[in-house]
Ligand binder design. Structure first.
Ligand code: C5J
Length: 221
């Protein structure tokens, strides 16, 4: 069944059977005080705006039977999957792997690495642990999507201009129709959020489309 999704720069046809909802890095480390985001000097409360819209699109996607993928950015406890160039940034006490109020920063298995309770993955949903900003780099996301015949990615999460953008760019180059859900994305920098979304839809949709969680809920109803 082909549905139509209201989007910029133009509406997009999509088939729920070949569409995945990809929720990027809605982790305590980015959204709650005491994690990676705050260690970088950010106001983490700005990311809360995405939680409600993602909850609604997640519920609709579950009902419609879409493939649901959650991602988590983070590293193995021995940091063997973290490039030195990534580790050496920031103040030494606030770097990846340093101890913090939610455990070691951006390390798998620590409390901060977990997805916020409001968006906890349900049994059977795909959870991709990624060491980079993009969800395809050094993960089996491509294989998971190929096995399900997925052609379209509805992408939301945090942050708009970093991991959401990188994943959409990676997906676009791999041939996926990538649609950012604007209200389901957020940034510590409202201007980067706005411009990040504008960059996707500009030039006839140079590397994707921009829609919203509400539009997806409406299309799936
Ligand atoms: C960042 C992300 N911003 N998930 N990660 O470092 O966007």
């Amino acid at each position: 069944m082909i549905l139509s999704l209201t989007a910029e720069p133009a509406d997009v046809p999509f088939d729920p059977a070949t569409t995945a909802l990809v929720i990027i890095d809605m982790q305590r480390d980015f959204l709650e005080p005491g994690g990676f985001g705050e260690s970088l000097g950010n106001d983490v409360s700005l990311l809360q705006a995405a939680v409600g819209p993602i909850r609604s699109v997640l519920a609709a996607a579950r009902t419609a039977g879409l493939l649901i993928v959650h991602t988590r950015e983070g590293h193995k406890p021995d940091l063997s999957d973290a490039r030195p160039a990534k580790l050496e940034r920031g103040a030494p006490t606030a770097r990846i792997g340093a101890p913090g109020p939610m455990g070691r920063i951006l390390v798998r298995g620590e409390p901060g690495h977990g997805i916020v309770p409001a968006l906890a993955p349900a049994r059977g949903e795909v959870v991709i642990d990624k060491p980079g900003k993009g969800a395809f780099y050094a993960t089996d996301l491509g294989a998971v999507l190929a096995a399900r015949g997925i052609a379209t990615l509805l992408v939301c999460g945090v942050t708009t201009e970093v991991c959401v953008h990188t994943t959409i760019r990676e997906g676009n180059d791999r041939g996926y129709r990538c649609i950012a859900l604007s209200d389901g994305c957020a940034s510590y920098f409202p201007e980067f959020h706005r411009v990040g979304l504008a960059m996707i839809a500009a030039q006839g949709g140079i590397f994707g489309w921009v829609s919203s969680c509400g539009a997806v809920v409406e299309a799936l109803a």
